[in-house]
Each structure stands twice: as C-alpha cells, then as structure tokens.
Design a protein around this ligand. Structure first.
Ligand code: ACO
Length: 430
C-alpha cells in the first residue's frame, strides 16, 4: 500500500514530498533522506526520540501496550515455553528451529565455549578488583586481535562463525572475570552442560570439589537471559550497529556495545537498583527517597524506573516480578527484605502524581537484581548477566546491518553552535 507523502514547504516556497514508509506493525515513518538535498536543512532530534535509524525484522516494541516481540513472538510466550538457546536461534535466523536444527545449533554453541589459552593471560593484567564489565569489554575487544585475518565481514560463513563464537565464548569470559575478582582458578567450560548450566558451573564451581547445578537457579537465569535477549534499537545495540557500519571488526563492535550497556541509564541500572535499595535500607525511608527523586535540584533518580519506549508497563518487569515471588519461594527466601522493600517502593511510586504524570514504571532492571542476589550472583556481575543475554541481540543486529545491501556508514549530522570561521592568532598576541 502506498501512503500519501508528507508535503513540506519551506518559508521560501520550496516544496518537498517526503515518502511515508509503513512497517508490518507500529507507526509509519517519514523518509527524510532527501531533505538536505532538496531543502538544505537537516532534522534535529537529540537522543533519537522520534527518529528511526534503520529497517529491522528482529524485534518490535509497542510502548503504549507494553508489547515486546522477538521475530513476531510475544516475549511472554517465549519465556513460558522456550529456552535461551532456542530464542538465540530464533533471533539469529528469523524462525523457530526444528528439533534437528536446534540440536545442531546447541551442539555448535556447546563445542565452541573454550577460549584461546592466551586470552586467559589478559586477565592477569587486571587488578583483582577490576570491574567485570570493564574486563568483559576489553577481552571481547581482544577477540578482534585473535580473529582479524580470518574475519571478512562480507563472507557469510565468517559471519556465522563470529555469531557462534560470541554466543559460545562470552559466558567463559564473563565467568573468568568473576573468578579473577574472587581469586579462584578459572574453570573450564563443560560441553556436556547446556548454555546456562555451563555458565553457572564456570561461575561457582571450584576444582577442589564437585558442584551440583541447582535446576531452580538454572531455569531462572535462562529465563532472565530470554527476557534480556533483544530490545530493538536501544543504546548498546545502536552502538554495535554504528561501530559495525564502518566495516570494523565485529568483535570490536560488540565490545563497544558492552561499554554502552554499562552506563547506569542503560544496563548498569540493575547494579544501581541494588545499591539504591541498600541505601534506602528500610521501608520508613521510602518517602524520603521518592521526594529526592522528584526534586529537580537533586540528581537522584529512582533507578529501575522509567523507559524511553514503555509508557504503560515494561512486560519484562511484570514477568520478573512474578518470577521473583516464585524463585524466592523455591529457594525458601520468601521473606527477602530487599524484595519487600522493592514491592513497597513500587507501590508508593506508582501512586505518586509525579511518576503517574511522567509515565514512569518499573523497568526490566528493577527486580532482576533481587533474583540475581538470591541466586548468589554478586552485584558487580549484574550488568554482565544482562550482557550475556543481550549478546545474541547485538549479534543478530550486526548480522542484519552488515548483510543489508543498502547499508551505509552511520553518520549523523549536527547543529553547530561553535565560533564561526576566524583567523589563527599568534601566541604572543592572545
Ligand atoms: N526517577 C525520577 N525521575 C525520572 C526518572 C526516574 N527514574 N526517569 C525519568 N524521570 C523524569 C525526568 O527527570 C524527566 O522529567 P522532566 O520532564 O521534568 O525533565 C522525565 O521523567 C523524562 O525523563 P527523561 O530522562 O527525559 O527520559 P528518557 O527517555 O530520556 O530516559 C531513562 C529514560 C534513561 C530510562 C530514565 O527514565 C532513567 O534515567 N531511569 C533510571 C535509570 C534506569 O532505570 N535505566 C534502565 C533503563 S531500561 C534499560 O536500559 C534496560
């Protein structure tokens, strides 16, 4: 269906027809690609509040309805019926796998989990207290040194190998970062275990004694990985796309995405939420902190609240809140004071005019840390957990971006506010 174009008439009378493009679902977009050529002006949209940066087939969010779909499947259905490895196949390939396809994919990921032994030496260069996100980004970046001559971004086979390596090796790197922090030996991956079990084994086992994987923990983490797997053009994913658009080595592009994720306005919020709940400490302090969050002169924000796209509820937060109840009960910790505090904080904030008017709701990060904490994951690893889940989304987006025949280098323009042209002044005359 062709839609009527937007007509734009400049004050001088120059007229442009801006084509309207329609997606399968979601709002239409106005194609402004020809605007500068025809009108000599750019569009201006800091933070990309109203700007689509690409076409994508991967993930759709309806922020008003609180809908999130991977390749058309609502995340609630995937959370209930699927596994992270199956969701990864779906995101990378576009369709749910047959039993045989899933088996082959699972086998490929399980058998590419080891790191080049030299890569482990990188960790020796970090201080014992290095933040695991910094190590994750640095070591993933170093993969571009290991796989540079063998990585031609135009070769589909190389691209597949890259996708499998990222998915398979990231848990090994993440677990090694944690082991460095606590001074324990790195644990090698075990290919007889599935993706999540293997990660838990590398994180928590020690060579001195047998380790039993707790199925409740494994399922909870797998579910959290599913919920974090993709979220269309968020900050870290756009970073991966942008870095990759120059044809850069994709491992470096993923490292850039990890760095972007670390910020507290993005994936770093899960760590910040736990720190905030610790700081609040007691239900009696909630009103004080809610007032601080509303105070324009106070930089404090309620971490885990608000979202650029969700203006009604974040479906991931709803699932995680339910999961919190279940997991804490299964672990025999349904009296978790941290969870009680979070529930109360949510209730008070959701009744407050400030949060209601600004449509600020708990996001995915609000409750995830409470589950991680209950499962024994240290706070500094929370954003790493997010990165593990999101790695497949970054990879799917990089693959989509690099295989787009219309793809161009991402290169935004600006509104320059610096000095106009002036002449160099000799130092003695300044
Ligand atoms: N606490 C108090 N006030 C808030 C909060 C909050 N958590 N979030 C937004 N606001 C207010 C802002 O002060 C602003 O008020 P104003 O219009 O009076 O100036 C208004 O709500 C809109 O906020 P923006 O920052 O302009 O919204 P934006 O879409 O740019 O930012 C963001 C979204 C970054 C998520 C923001 O809500 C925030 O900082 N939240 C806390 C951090 C967080 O939880 N991040 C995780 C996001 S989800 C994810 O990445 C996985």
């Amino acid at each position: 269906m062709t839609k009527e174009a937007f007509r734009l008439i400049s004050p001088g009378g120059t007229e442009s027809e801006l084509p309207v493009r329609t997606g399968t679902v979601g709002p239409d977009v106005i194609d402004v690609g020809a605007l500068y050529k025809e009108q000599g002006v750019f569009t201006f949209d800091p933070g990309f509040v109203a700007t689509g940066s690409c076409e994508s087939d991967i993930t759709f969010i309806d922020g008003e309805k609180g809908l999130l779909m991977y390749r058309g499947y609502p995340v609630e259905q995937l959370a209930e019926h699927s596994s992270f490895i199956e969701v990864s196949y779906l995101l990378l390939n576009g369709e749910l796998p047959t039993a045989e396809e899933l088996d082959t994919f699972d086998h490929t990921i399980r058998t590419h989990t080891m790191l080049n032994e030299g890569m482990l030496n990188f960790f020796k260069g970090f201080r014992y207290d290095a933040h695991p996100m910094a190590m994750l980004s640095a070591v993933v970046g170093s993969m571009s040194a290991y796989y540079h001559d063998t990585m031609d971004v135009h070769n589909p086979e190389h691209r597949d190998i890259f996708a499998h390596r990222i998915l398979a090796k990231l848990p090994t790197i993440a677990a090694a970062a944690y082991k460095l922090n606590i001074g324990q030996p790195f644990m090698y991956p075990r290919n007889d275990l599935d993706y999540t079990e293997n990660f838990l084994q590398m994180l928590f086992s020690v060579p001195a004694e047998p380790y039993e994987i707790d199925p409740v923990s494994a399922r909870a983490i797998d579910l959290l990985f599913i919920l974090h797997a993709d979220h269309e053009q968020n900050c870290s994913t756009s970073t991966v796309r942008m870095a990759g658009s120059s044809g850069a080595n994709p491992y470096s592009a993923i490292a850039a995405g990890i760095s972007a994720l670390w910020g507290p306005a993005h994936g770093g919020a899960n760590e910040a939420v736990l720190k905030m709940l610790e700081e609040i400490g007691d239900k009696s302090q909630i009103t004080k902190y809610v007032a601080k969050a509303k105070d324009k002169n106070d930089p404090f924000r309620l971490m885990g609240f608000g979202h650029r796209v969700y203006k009604n509820f974040d479906p991931r937060a709803t699932i995680i809140r339910e999961m919190c109840h279940k997991v804490l009960k299964q672990l025999g910790r349904n009296d978790s004071p941290m969870f009680e505090l979070a529930l109360e904080l949510e209730e008070i904030a959701l009744k407050d005019d400030y949060f209601v008017e600004k449509k600020l709701y708990p996001n995915v990060d609000f409750y995830s840390g409470i589950i991680y904490r209950a499962l024994g994951i240290p706070t500094s690893m929370f954003t790493v957990m997010f990165a593990l889940g999101r790695s497949v989304g970054w990879t799917a987006h990089w693959l989509e971006m690099i295989s787009d025949p219309q793809g161009r280098i991402a290169r935004p323009r600006q509104l320059y506010q610096g000095p106009p042209q002036r002449d160099y002044v000799a130092i003695e005359k300044r």
